[in-house]
Ligand binder design. Sequence first.
Ligand SMILES: [Zn+2]
Length: 298
Amino acid sequence: MRDYPDDAACLDHLWRHRYAPDGHTADCPKCAQPRRFHRVKTRPCYVCGSCGHQFYPLAGTIFHKSSTSLHLWFYAIHLMTSTRCGISAKHLERELGVTYKTAWRMFNLIRNKLMADDDEPLSGAVEIDETSVDGKPRKFQGARKRPNAISEGVKLAERRRATVFAAVERGGRVRATVLPSRRGPRLREQAIEWVDPKSIVMTDEWPAYNQLHKHFAKHSRIRHGALEYVDGEIHTNTIEGFFGNLKTGIRATTSSCRTSGYRAISTSSAGATATGMTAARCSTRSSSEQPVQPKLSL
Ligand SMILES: [Zn+2]
């Protein structure tokens, strides 16, 4: 959050992300060409130096017309997207010093609106992983000698769980859905559907990901079974952080989870498209923390 010390810095971030990458020049729809814009001091607005056309970077975002300061919004998003274990509306209330009603509203807007979907495939460095919402049988992966030798009991236990499959663009969007099983070709097919073939995908050593190298520019794997969690740029900590948030959210809102209770969710953890919080999250995470702990499980 050091990059966003006040409302002006937050607004500037949105301005750059939505209209003017260099902070000054934007395509003016009236002039029909790039023009230099300057900030209107009294309003959250930028005006074209030639024709007076105005851009309001908050328009169409969840921040529009909110009486809560932009800085607090950014802080809430930061808390909700960078905390490994996820946080609740109650936690937001305490951290932000706002009323519970405000915290609850912010929490829901961030989760439900900011995390809206778009159709562009995920690209760049993309982490892919799956989890069971009532606990991933992570230890089987390392302990099992033959991946196919699974008892009927284990299979039955797995069927009762909801498998959430997700892919996250480093510093960007997340897609997630519920799949009937964590075995078979569905995980691979879903990855192919969501992720640009030119991407570098990163997964753990789960056998369902074995063929991914054929479909993407590169496939890097982290061997959790060998207690390996970070190897330079290769890790799945971002997606695991997302799952941590998801599980906390589920724990906070329901007492029991069944597959049928879930609809496919498609979300964007950092609200990349809607608001450009991407960079905020990305820079915070890479500069201040590089989590190396083992996977969370419930
Ligand atoms: Zn203009």
